[in-house]
Each structure stands twice: as C-alpha cells, then as structure tokens.
Design a protein around this ligand. Structure first.
Ligand SMILES: Cc1cc2nc3c(=O)[nH]c(=O)nc-3n(C[C@H](O)[C@H](O)[C@H](O)COP(=O)(O)OP(=O)(O)OC[C@H]3O[C@@H](n4cnc5c(N)ncnc54)[C@H](O)[C@@H]3O)c2cc1C
Length: 305
C-alpha cells in the first residue's frame, strides 16, 4: 500500500468525495480515509429531493455510491480506517490511522458531524423510516401528517416551526418544563397554533411496522405513561462534530467545530476543513460538496506553490 500522497482527505461524505473528485481530476495523488460507509450521513437519507440534478429525487445511499464511483474513476484511492491523529511537523504532515500512518503535503478534513441519538428502542430500526434528524431535508415527506419533535433548544424549535408548513400537527416533546431555545423562537412557537407541547416528557420507545406509528412516552414528574400516534419523529437534541482526533492540533470552537476562511483554509497552512465540520456550515449535502470542491482547488494551489 502506498504510504505517501499529495493529498489526504479525512471522511467520505459529500464533502470528502467531492474534494476527492476535484483533487483526482487535478492529477494529484489522493487518498480518502473513511471509517464507515462512503456517503457519510447522506447515506441514511431514504430519499433526497434537494440535491440538484435528480428531478425525481434519489436515495442518499445511491448519491454516496455514485460520488465515490465518479471520484474513483479519476484515480481517487480509498481505504477503510479510522483517523486517530495528525502530526504536523514542518512541511510533511502525518495522518495516523488504525491502518498505519500516511504522509502528505496537504490534508482536507471532511469528517462531518453526528446527530446525538436518543438511545431509545426503535430509533435505529426506524431511522429514515419516519425518524429524521433534519427537518429541512425531510419535512416535505410529512404533508398533512402528525409529527413529533424531540428537544427544546434552538434546533428543535426551528425544526418545529419549519414543520408547521407541512405537517398537520407538530408535537414538541421536551424533558424539562421550559424551553432552552432563544426567546424569540419560543414566542413564535408558543403563538403557532399547529405546535403543541408535551412538557417533562421523555420518549421511551418508538413503535411501528415498516414505518413509525406511535411513541411510548413517560411523564418524568408523575411517572404517568402514555402513547402518541405520529407518522414522523424529528430528533433535535444536538450535534457533535467528529473532531475528537483534532484536539490539540487545531483550535476548535467551544462546540468542537473548525473555523475556516472562505477558501476552507484553517489556521495551519495546508490543512483545509470542509462540510458539516465547519463552524456555521449550512449542513446540507450540496453545501458540503461545494465546500469540498473549494478546498480541493485551494489545496491544489497550496501544493503547487
Ligand atoms: C438522515 C439524514 C437525512 C439527510 N437528508 C438530507 C437531504 O435530504 N438533503 C441534504 O442536503 N442533506 C441531508 N442531510 C444532511 C447531509 O447528509 C449532511 O449535511 C452531509 O452529509 C454532510 O457532509 P460531510 O461530508 O460534511 O459530512 P458527513 O456526511 O458527516 O461525512 C463525514 C464522514 O467522515 C467519516 N469520519 C468521521 N470521523 C472519521 C475519522 N476519525 N476517520 C475516518 N473517517 C471519519 C464518517 O464516517 C462520515 O462518513 C441528511 C442527514 C441525515 C442524517
């Protein structure tokens, strides 16, 4: 296995795959390192309707596979391994992985983020089958249907407000007796007739056959149990950027996101960051892919200098 590349890309989601397409077409020897399945988070989306070029929509898994095939066609190398650290000594950068070390001139970090999971029975089974972590992506699938939103912060309330444009009812389930969301969002949500609140309530189980049908709930103060019939559940209890392996290497914001400029450059020359992992990313497949292309173009310039 070759251990030296001009570019190493960490993560095989839309950002990393698009970066890999551009660097390979630029004839740079490129290695993409992915710890799971190529496609990243979008591979979990049953139907993606907002990726340009696919008039009828396309499954997220298929987008990931197609992006990977396209980049591979131009020479992108891929290995399945987890990146565990970076060493940035002088000009050569060392990427440490569970399959050994690789040296490179430039690194494009595209390791994305993960939605915090509820951890309740049924969550894994129904992800993409009624359970969603992204209302912008999936709200149109729930036209005139009742949906629940789990969470009480800005993300949950923003999702709930967005869902009112589609769903028949939006029930916000929050484990506390008040929201953490900003006051303006709270006011909007409390004024919105389609939104109802279940306070001090947790989801104990998500049930259904092929798709989500009902939630089993528990009121945490009284202990009372109940069920709620819904077609969809939007889980918005926070996001975690996959940057654990970068601690002490790059400065991260409080939540762990990477700060870049518009060229996707980080504070360290030759280290670029793209996609969901960037501070203020729009967290969409298309924006991640755009970031990947930008990073690749500036990484090529960096190497040729
Ligand atoms: C269920 C669901 C549905 C969605 N639907 C849509 C939609 O319809 N439209 C839309 O535009 N967006 C949608 N999104 C959002 C979209 O998927 C993300 O914005 C996009 O995937 C972000 O791309 P990324 O490449 O930045 O990161 P990711 O997709 O998160 O990819 C990062 C990759 O890096 C890998 N990785 C992480 N750490 C390491 C490591 N240490 N070593 C090696 N590999 C690592 C991960 O395994 C992952 O494959 C959806 C997301 C979800 C979860």
């Amino acid at each position: 296995m070759n251990r030296e590349y001009e570019i190493v890309i960490i993560g095989g989601g839309p950002a990393g795959l698009s970066a890999g397409l551009y660097t390979s077409r630029a004839r740079l020897s490129s290695l993409l390192i992915e710890r799971g399945v190529v496609g990243g988070q979008i591979a979990d989306a049953e139907l993606v309707e907002n990726y340009p070029g696919f008039v009828e929509g396309i499954s997220g898994f298929e987008i990931g596979q197609l992006m990977h095939q396209q980049a591979t066609k131009y020479g992108l190398n891929t290995i399945i391994a987890e990146v565990t650290g970076l060493e940035l000594k002088e000009e050569t950068k060392v990427v440490k992985t569970t399959e050994g070390n690789f040296t490179t001139k430039a690194v494009i970090i595209a390791s994305g983020s993960e939605r915090h999971k509820l951890g309740t029975p049924g969550e894994e089974k129904f992800t993409g089958k009624g359970i969603s972590y992204c209302a912008t992506c999936d709200a149109p699938f729930f036209k005139e249907k009742p949906v629940a939103v789990v969470g009480g912060g800005d993300a949950a309330i923003t999702e709930a407000l967005h869902l009112t444009k589609f769903a028949s009812r939006v029930i916000v389930i929050h484990r506390r007796d008040q929201l953490r969301a900003s006051r303006i969002l709270q006011e909007k949500a409390l004024d919105e007739p389609k939104i109802e609140f279940l306070w001090n309530t947790v989801v104990e189980e998500i049930e259904g056959k092929d798709k989500v049908k009902r939630l089993r709930l528990r009121q945490v103060v009284t202990g009372e149990k109940s069920t709620l019939e819904v077609s969809g559940v939007f889980i918005a209890i926070g996001l975690k950027p996959n940057t654990d392996y970068l601690k002490g290497v790059l400065s991260l914001d409080k939540a762990g996101y990477i700060i870049t400029n518009e060229k996707m450059e980080t504070e360290i020359p030759g280290i670029f960051a793209t996609g969901d992992i960037r501070l203020n990313s729009a967290r969409q497949a298309i924006t991640a892919a755009g970031d990947g292309a930008t990073a690749a173009i500036y990484a090529e310039k960096f190497i040729s200098q």
